[in-house]
Design a binder for this molecule. Structure first.
Ligand code: TEU
Ligand code: CA
Length: 582
């Protein structure tokens, strides 16, 4: 076993994301809760994950399912009590599982006492916690920015006769990070949870906290973009001028005093920002969630552009994943993810959720977990859970879906059937249908009426079935996670793309040059067929070996004989992970 200089523990960790509302309901009210999570920790232990990212469970009016926080130090009653939280954390730690909380501090809820006070008068002590602007001379809103959930980002406040900024819903007023009192209050919230034993934070849209102020204290208009789909507000507020400064201050004031994992959600982050923010010495965060690979199958790019569908070109995926692998190699660190509570299910989006559901879900897991970075498994991904296609818009709960449907059909005259097709492909509720535990009523998620309907395929796709079937997606993910723990090449090896122009085969190597001599101590090959065809292709000579020249580490089909150099054929959606002998 090659011994490497000591590295942060989160570089060889695998993180599992729990969306609490949909994970497990313990008291029959149809809403997942903390005791429900505690009751399922053995499932996570069996899978082998090291960390849980828990989406928000703080007090909230639930306008955006908890991403609108009204008290950062209290647990929302529908999720349980602080005692339930302490018990869950203790049970996680007893199993060697760490916990990342979701830190949502670009904005809070309009029902937070800070905003309730701030909106009363312009000289209220909390007024400067938020971003207020007067209307333009012609009475129109201060800027032309559109909110992520549609409409203007500016909401009128009668009591003070001015607008306040909300990049998301009007019930999510943006916090004013220029105000050191706000930054100090956030640092105190972080210490509160870290002192309870929490192990880190996922930071919600953290790259939006520094707004692009003009010297005169105004905010600039954004260039009006084609068809209004793109979010001019997002384009301007992501990666603002003081972002690194604010995050370095957070690192010095808080994070450096604890042993934490942090991941910053960074829409529209560029490679430059990725390197800047995750540089071990001069950066601020362990890693980022960047979105380039999430915007390849839509015409308009991030946020509302995601609804204009276009097929994924594998070469685009190769280009963006390779850019980030190369840019952060020994410079920073990647997160690795294909889904979360905002994204559709990967087997439906990038694989084949019909005849080849299990095989293609395993291929996607192999493709992702073979790369350099910290992999994230979203609840149900380890089961190969699929998108859902509710017939009626009434069956959807997500504020983003509901608002987009209304605007697209009522204001922009789009055909409802076309809009439903986009919702079926990209709607966030695809990932939020309740976790499918077994084939009993409501998949064992609740004994009551679920807050969001289940995917009707739960009798066939559920954890009980997957754990019992050695060939399931679950056991494949278990093996992937175990391989990462056992082989430093998967954590530290250099990634190199092969066959860049092939439109169906994604192949890459990982080379561990542990001693810096340049000799390859160990080289692995990951080769994936992103299609239902059986393309014949050649691998570059330096990687091809007869099967007897390599070790078969993992695959989603039975191992097969035959040369891995000339005229290689992969079966539909096949993935292979091979150790090439030096
Ligand atoms: O999402 C931020 C973000 O970029 C969203 O616009 C998301 O990518 C989009 O909805 C996908 O279409 C974070 C949280 O993950 C999301 O759940 C919240 O709604 C949002 O911030 C506001 O807190
Ligand atoms: Ca409940």
């Amino acid at each position: 076993m090659t011994v490497l200089p000591s590295q942060p523990w989160w570089k060889h960790s695998v993180v599992y994301q729990i969306y609490p509302r949909s994970f497990c309901d313990s008291n029959g009210d149809g809403i997942g809760d903390l005791p429900g999570i505690t009751s399922k920790l053995d499932h996570l232990k069996a899978l082998g994950v090291d960390v849980v990212w828990l989406s928000p469970v703080y007090a909230s009016p639930q306008d955006d399912n908890g991403y609108d926080i009204s008290d950062y130090r209290a647990i929302a009653p529908e999720f349980g009590t602080m005692a339930d939280f302490d018990e869950m954390l203790a049970q996680m730690h007893a199993r060697g599982i760490k916990l990342m909380m979701d830190l949502v501090v670009n904005h809070c809820s309009d029902e937070h006492v800070w905003f309730q006070e701030a909106r009363k008068s312009r000289d209220n002590p909390y007024h400067d916690h938020f971003i207020w602007c007067d209307p333009k001379a012609d009475g129109s809103p201060p800027t032309n920015w559109e909110a992520a959930f549609n409409g203007s980002v500016w909401q009128w406040n009668e009591a003070t006769g001015e607008y306040y900024l909300h990049m998301f819903s009007p019930k999510q007023p943006d916090l004013n990070w220029e105000n050191p009192v706000v930054r100090g209050a956030v640092h105190d919230v972080m210490r509160f949870w870290l002192d309870k034993g929490v192990d880190g934070f996922r930071m919600d849209v953290i790259n939006m906290i520094s707004k692009p102020w003009n010297a005169d204290g105004s905010l600039p208009d954004a260039p009006v973009v084609r068809d209004g789909f793109l979010q001019p507000g997002f384009m301007l507020t992501c990666n603002g001028p003081r972002l690194l400064e604010f995050l370095r201050e957070m690192r010095e004031q808080v994070l450096d005093h604890y042993d934490t994992i942090t991941v910053g959600e960074a829409p529209l982050a560029t490679i430059k920002q990725g390197r800047e923010l995750t540089n071990p010495e001069t950066g601020a965060l362990s890693m980022l969630f960047q979105f380039e690979h999430m915007d390849l199958d839509s015409v308009g790019g991030h946020v509302n552009g995601k609804w204009a569908l276009k097929p994924l070109d594998l070469r685009d995926l190769k280009a963006t994943m390779t850019r980030w692998q190369d840019a952060l190699y020994q410079q920073g660190w990647n997160s690795l993810y294909l889904n979360n509570h905002d994204q559709p299910r990967p087997v439906s989006r990038f694989g084949d959720d019909g005849a080849y559901r299990v095989v293609s879900a395993k291929m996607l897991g192999t493709f992702l977990h073979g790369m350099q970075g910290t992999p994230y498994v979203y609840q149900g991904e380890e089961l190969g859970m699929t998108n859902v296609g509710f017939e009626s818009i009434e069956d959807y709960q997500d504020i983003e879906i509901r608002n987009m449907y209304r605007v697209a059909t009522e204001e922009r005259g789009h055909d409802p059937a076309e809009v439903m097709r986009s919702i079926h492909a990209k709607g966030r509720d695809n990932a939020r249908t309740p976790m499918q535990w077994d084939a009993s009523a409501n998949a064992g998620f609740t004994t009551g009426t679920p807050w969001l309907k289940l995917n009707p395929n739960y009798p066939d796709i559920n954890a009980a079935q997957a754990v019992a079937d050695p060939d399931s997606v679950f056991h494949h993910y278990q093996r992937l996670i175990a391989l990462r723990r056992a082989h430093p090449v998967l954590v530290h090896g250099r990634y190199e793309l092969l066959l860049p122009e092939h439109s169906q085969i994604y192949a890459y190597t990982r080379t561990l040059d542990a001693d810096g001599r340049g000799s390859a101590d160990e080289r692995w090959l990951v080769v994936c067929n992103f299609s239902g065809d059986m393309p014949v292709f050649d691998l570059p000579a330096e990687t091809g070996q007869g099967v007897n020249g390599c070790d078969w580490m993992l695959g989603n089909y039975p191992p097969c004989e035959g040369d891995l150099l000339h005229g290689v054929t992969l079966r539909p959606w096949e993935a292979r992970m091979l150790r090439l002998r030096a």
